[in-house]
Design a protein around this ligand. Structure first.
Ligand code: NAI
Ligand code: 13P
Length: 347
């Protein structure tokens, strides 16, 4: 935390050491956020060119063109060296890759290191949320795991545009440590003990953004967008409540906040990819045209599986799965959703 953000009489806390696993757009941005909050940060990336550019030039042109990174951010291709001695390790690789990235680091973490999932997905083979994958892969107490999720489009934050986020952990001490590691004049963390709700909001809003993108790609307007967002929030809430989440999470930053940002922004990869599908591309073409990680493409299936295992109705998610993975022609998406049996709004 920078000195000017500390309450007047509080002595300055020791500088935190942080690591970020993943040198893509959100990993690099969150590294900059933590550096601006006063941490010394090491980013781990697989690509030698990207790592050298971050360490030597304080830039990551492939993912954040034109952004200058703080001097306190360095980088390495050695993941064990990155996490050694870190107070906080943030993970920002594609969700489906997280387990394989983390398992080899089990014995490299300190006994008190806190691990933060920045990822917004659900693991395909297990239907596990990312905080569950993190705790399992590293064999650590879930109380040492936190989740960061909210309206957090990387490029805007890298430009230091103001936003807020939610830090969820079952341990208030863990959540507060992470808040201290990332709070700055442009990034405002709120803590929340509801890990299940915060995490589901982040994963499922990507699926809803795909649906909004598809509808916009088909030329549909704001009434459709508002309908999909609002009913999308209803189905996220339904799944969350079935899993024991807190109802107050869903209208908050991680729920409605992130849905609005992702479904409205042309920077969102999920929204963009949906647009390509709506305009007639195949899934492979749309993935290639979008670039980056659009988590909803894979997570729509694990979310649907999770919902079906609990008997929860998720019509928008189901329709996205059918269009992306089961060959339903995109022009049948709207009729499929609109022709369902009558329901009262609150039901
Ligand atoms: N970009 C954004 O605005 C935000 C992204 N997120 C989440 O953060 C996570 C990461 O997303 P981004 O950084 O945006 O993705 P990205 O596509 O920009 O970067 C992904 C990074 O992971 C690396 N990677 C890919 N496969 C890998 C593997 N097998 N092993 C190790 N590293 C691998 C890539 O080289 C790249 O450095 C996702 O879950 C996403 O939903 C969350 C909030 C905001
Ligand atoms: O999670 C995000 C914003 O909060 C980023 O969304 P995309 O992954 O769709 O780009």
């Amino acid at each position: 935390m920078t000195a000017d953000l500390l309450p007047p009489d509080e002595p300055e806390a020791p500088r935190l050491r942080a690591a970020v696993l993943g040198a893509g757009s959100w990993g690099t941005t969150f590294a900059a956020v933590m550096a601006d909050a006063g941490c010394d940060v090491t980013v781990w990336g697989r690509d030698d060119t990207t790592v050298r550019q971050i360490a030597d030039d304080h830039r990551n042109e492939a993912y954040l063109p034109g952004i200058e990174l703080p001097a306190r951010v360095t980088a390495t291709t050695d993941a064990r060296a990155a996490v050694r001695g870190a107070d906080v390790v943030a993970v920002a690789v594609p969700s489906q890759r997280a387990r394989a990235v983390l398992e080899p680091l089990r014995d490299a973490l300190g006994p008190r290191t806190v691990v933060v999932s920045l990822m917004k997905g659900v693991e395909l083979s297990t239907d596990r949320r990312m905080s569950e994958v993190v705790a399992e892969a590293l064999a650590i107490d879930p109380a040492r795991v936190a989740v960061v999720s909210g309206p957090n489009l990387a490029r805007e934050i890298a430009q230091r545009q103001p936003t807020a986020t939610v830090i969820a952990s079952t341990s208030d001490e863990t959540a507060r440590l992470v808040a201290r590691a990332c709070a700055s004049s442009y990034f405002r963390p709120y803590t929340n003990p509801d890990v299940v709700g915060v995490e589901l909001c982040g994963a499922v809003k990507n699926v809803i953004a795909l649906a909004v993108g598809i509808s916009q790609g088909r030329g549909l307007g704001y009434n459709t967008m508002a309908t999909v967002i609002t009913r999308g929030l209803v189905e996220i809430t339904r799944l969350g409540l079935a899993l024991g989440a807190d109802a107050d999470t869903f209208p908050g930053l991680a729920g409605m906040g992130d849905l609005m940002a992702t479904c409205a922004s042309p920077d969102s990869r999920n929204h963009t990819l949906g647009g390509h599908i709506g305009r007639g591309m195949t899934l492979d073409e749309a993935v290639a045209a979008t670039g980056g990680t659009a988590e909803g493409v894979k997570s729509c299936r694990s979310v649907l599986e999770l919902a079906q295992s609990l008997g929860v109705d998720m019509p928008i998610t189901h329709a996205v799965v059918r269009v992306l993975h089961e060959g339903l022609p995109v022009e049948q998406l709207a009729p499929l959703l609109l022709a369902r049996p009558h329901k009262a709004e609150g039901a």
